[in-house]
Design a protein. Sequence first.
Length: 62
Amino acid sequence: MTEAMRWRKSTYSGGGDGDTCVEIAEAHPRIAIRDSKAPARAVLSVPALSFAAFIEHVKRHP
């Protein structure tokens, strides 16, 4: 699942190597999420619409 995906890090990644955050990848119709410090470990997959709702909630309630 993780090999062919294009992973993106948040623009809010921590300093240094920027490896202190999560990464996401589109896996239509889902969004895959992984820990950038351990990319070979488990990947969480959620429906794209649920992820979009989560992001909108976080934007409104920082």
